[in-house]
Ligand binder design. Sequence first.
Ligand SMILES: Cc1ncc(COP(=O)(O)O)c(C=O)c1O
Length: 460
Amino acid sequence: MAFKTIIEPFRIKSVEQIKMTTEQQRRRMIEAAGYNIFELRSEDVIIDLLTDSGTGAMSSNQWGGIMRGDESYAGSPSFFHFRDSVTDIMGFEHLIPTHQGRAAERILFSVMCTPGDVVPNNSHFDTTRANCEFTGAMALDLPSPELANMGSDYPFKGDMDVDGLKAAFAEHGAQRIPLVMLTVTNNSGGGQPVSMANVRAVAEVCRANGTPLYLDACRITENAYLIKQREPEFATTTVRRIVREMCDLADGCTMSAKKDAIVNIGGFLATRDPEVAQKQRELLILTEGFVTYGGLAGRDLEALAIGMQEAVDEDYLNYRIASTRYLGQHLRDAGIPIMWPPGGHAIYLDARGFAPHIEPTRFPGVSIAAATYIAGGVRACEIGSLMFGHRDEETGEEVAGPRELVRLAIPRRTYTQSHIEYVVEVVTQVFEERERLPGYRIVEQPPFLRHFSARLAQIA
Ligand SMILES: Cc1ncc(COP(=O)(O)O)c(C=O)c1O
């Protein structure tokens, strides 16, 4: 008999104390932080949903691997464990270990791009965009038009706009497009999955133009599980096979292993092309390290090798996707507007729908994130006009970003169902009192990446 409760498929052997705080203390701390959640100390946070990157709990097997890690400079067995594990799952032959995803991006774009090139992606993550544009190439986002319809049931809002991709080839020519990328799942696009039909269609356009396709694969196993659940052709296919089919359609990938591979640090770059791999290794040695450790210690490579195998375990993925959906479903049942359907790693609140009385230039997402912290010590991340807007230098006026979201990212294997239920209660309470949420203004901001360190004040 199948029971309706999907339990955490692990037991807890070691615990980390959470410091409990009062509302009054949190009110003082967020004010002292200039209402910027990045300025809070993590020990003053009760449930930290700032990111799912590097914040997962490693298994006892992974910790065992940490002890077994071999720290030889060259030819360490830990490198070969890492290589064999990744190749077993993804099939790529040439693997280049890096300290995290962005180092893989830097090497990839440095080898492939020249100034004036164009790199299409369903949505570039911010480090992907920055590394691409650093080479003088243009990072072109081609999200599915379905992404704009936040509340609809469309199952694959992370897809790339294939007509847009064809148009990009027609406009710029294949010689100006050195590679196409597909981010699975689409983090900047609400954490939404990409369908296999879309991977196939994008790969076909790439093949027709003789252009390599690279996956930004940091959440590929979560994406594969969502394909299994939502794309009827794959209902009985294993996640392993789905991941392999996605990779078989591509020429390589970048990977931040801090996500699906459940390590606290690590990443890699993979390719099938031996000549490209050779150029990538030359750059790797320049800044990351020798080819058999890249930017990592042997122990990190062991943890990564084991984490990759755990990431395709379907009992784990069933729990992972169910717990994200649980949060989304309960918030939606409380009438809270969110990006629907839930993706793999996070729930995105629609801050405009949540607090329509706050203009985008008065940062509704900041207001909601500050309120969830004050109410219950829950740290969420604004992805709105603080992050993507700017101040017009001539007029001094704020210019809003494209959308107002608040992301509740769920670290892997870290919080239990009661933690998630607590988050539902906290966000629901903030929503019930939403009319009292104040707008904010920036009182201090740096010239770049202002969301990390800007200071804000409430507007009376
Ligand atoms: C889709 C995506 N690509 C790339 C990266 C960059 O990875 P890292 O933080 O390991 O450099 C991230 C990190 O959040 C991401 O979400």
